[in-house]
Ligand binder design. Structure first.
Ligand code: VG1
Ligand code: CO
Length: 542
């Protein structure tokens, strides 16, 4: 029976860079999760009788919210839900299922790289029929609705057995519990030369993967171990845990330090990789060499034609604004379109749908292509493996060869996490106010050429997104970007992005922080980070 439950709206349900992310106790507030799900449904039109995909990254509270979402989908008139066994679906796998089944959309339960547990983070987002995150127009509508919503609809049937694969019927709706890995693994087989990768591994190539106790464990076991023959002992932390073993499932040099140390050791495997909470990010480390994500995007784009799925070449490349310009040089050489979008995968959807780009990436370890409409961690890892299998060179040789061809774009991101929101806002406001007077000024050895607040004009639907980060461009091409994170749940995170292109191969082996020293100093001089935040050093340096 459908029940209508009265509620008073919550004022804080504004989706961020990738859906709504809050602490678990906030989502547990009576009516809170339901109000947000109902606000999503109320913002959609024409879904009666259609299919909804539901799945999450397996973190604490995942199972409870999945049951609620299924009951609410039935009450609101969906005809069928597809849900991953155990409530598990990686974000790219969910994107693929939406597309493959021509679903109306999907609910993805994830706070990605944020920690999990009873007092940690939870998240919820809606993806549309193309498999991608809801565009801004829709997330704005959801937020508007959440401010006035006064009821939600829910059926009162028993919990669905999420662990048993099969088809059930409840509340007038079909519920299919499916294997979360199979369809995704099959898609990967269509894109990459599994025989070549398998032969490389059989020939002694050692690949290690850290699933960080998050969603990719089962995917890695099926694809890397069972289908490609990787040594199971080299697939680490492969059992998804509700609290990710107490760690942050963030594949960066702080939280994946153990993998980094292994890859820098004398008897390191040939290839090391990791993914995040929901499986959409990738960390790539070769023996003795960390591949910066902006560089990885450029290198994958330059070599993608070596994999069967991309042998026809690329239609174009897209990157988020803070991502380095390394990929731009590849696009130029290939003679294809290059697009610069705001941070967040939702901005790539239109370009991919319109056939204006094939590969997209973000500096935050997100890379993907037109095979789905999300970034895809294992996809990036498999593309690297395919390229390595064809080129028969080490990661380090491929990296150095790329720099020799295109020059090296030194790049780094400094994060200042959990600073007081007010302090962060003041810092950004003060810097923004100064932007008009900066051109022509010198800061240390650098001279400002241009400074602005980034506005994106979507070339496909004409929509405009403002305030997407402050950019300071220096003469000679060095660049500094400031923005506040839209995925955190406590205080504010200031992200400072630095880059500088170096054409001279004799200078390519410098350490990135040293090579960027003048840009790092300029960030401090221009924004007064130390004084305004009280922090002496960044929390995370990538
Ligand atoms: C961060 C990254 C951004 C990414 C987003 C979602 O956003 O910088 O590039 O798209 O996370 O990724 P922000 O607003 O905190 O900078 V995930 O893997 O957290 O879904
Ligand atoms: Co993620």
């Amino acid at each position: 029976m459908t029940k209508t439950i009265k509620i008073t709206p919550f004022a804080d349900q504004k989706p961020g860079t990738s859906g709504l992310r809050k602490k678990v106790p906030v989502f547990q507030t009576p009516g809170y999760t339901e109000a947000f799900i109902q606000s999503i449904f109320d913002s959609l039109e024409g879904y009666a009788g259609t299919t909804l995909v539901i799945g999450g990254d397996g973190r604490y509270y995942n199972r409870e919210v999945i049951q609620t979402a299924i009951r609410m989908a039935a009450a609101n008139g969906f005809g069928r839900v597809l849900v991953g066994q155990g409530g598990i679906l990686s974000t790219p796998a969910a994107s693929h299922l939406i597309r493959k089944n021509e679903a109306f959309g999907g609910l993805i339960l994830s706070a990605s790289h944020n920690p999990g547990g009873p007092n940690e983070d939870f998240g919820l987002k809606y993806n549309v029929a193309n498999g991608g995150p809801a565009p801004e127009k829709l997330t704005d509508a959801i937020y508007s609705r959440s401010k006035v919503i006064d009821r939600y609809l829910i059926e009162d049937f028993d919990d669905v057995d999420l662990d048993r694969i099969g088809t059930f019927e409840a509340g007038g709706m079909i519920i299919e519990v499916i294997n979360p890995v199979t369809d995704y693994a099959e898609l990967m087989e269509t894109l990459f030369d599994f025989d070549a990768i398998r032969a490389m591994i059989a020939g002694g190539f050692r690949a290690t993967f850290d699933a960080m106790h998050a969603v990719t464990g089962p995917y890695a076991k099926e694809i890397l171990v069972r289908r490609l023959g990787a040594d199971p002992a080299l697939v680490l932390n492969a059992v998804p845990l509700e609290d990710f073993g107490g760690h942050h499932p963030d594949p960066n040099l702080v939280h994946a330090k153990a993998l980094y140390d292994t890859m820098m050791s004398a008897d390191a495997p040939d290839f090391g990789a990791a993914s995040d909470g929901d499986g959409d990010r990738n960390l790539i480390i070769g023996k003795g060499v960390f591949v910066n994500p902006s560089d990885s995007l450029a290198m994958l784009a330059a070599n993608a034609h070596l994999a069967p799925g991309y042998k026809a070449g690329l239609k174009g490349i897209a990157r988020s604004m803070p991502t380095s310009g390394a990929a731009d040089r590849v696009a130029e050489k290939l003679g294809v379109e290059m697009h610069e979008t705001p941070t967040g995968w939702k901005f790539f959807g239109n370009l991919l749908d319109a056939g204006r780009c094939t590969i997209c990436g973000e500096e935050s370890a997100g890379t993907g292509s037109d095979h789905v409409r999300e970034k895809d961690g294992l996809w990036a890892i498999l593309l690297w493996l395919n390229i390595l299998a064809v080129r028969r060179q080490s990661v380090s040789d491929i990296v150095n060869d790329h720099w020799a061809t295109y020059g090296r774009t030194f790049y780094s991101r400094h994060d200042y996490e959990a600073i007081e929101s007010e302090k962060a806002n003041h810092l950004m406001k003060a810097l923004e106010d100064r932007l008009p007077e900066l051109p022509g000024q010198s800061v240390g050895s650098l001279t400002v050429e241009r400074a602005d607040s980034f506005t994106y004009h979507d070339p496909v639907d004409g929509s405009i997104s403002r305030n997407q980060g402050l950019r300071i461009l220096f003469e000679g091409g060095a660049r500094l970007v400031f923005r506040l994170s839209g995925t955190g749940t406590s205080g504010a995170t200031l992200r400072v992005y630095m880059e500088r292109h170096e054409p001279d191969p004799a200078l390519h082996q410098q350490e990135a922080q040293a090579a960027l020293a003048p840009v790092i100093e300029a960030a401090e001089t221009l924004a007064g980070i130390r004084e305004r935040t009280g922090r002496d050093a960044p929390t995370v340096i990538t």
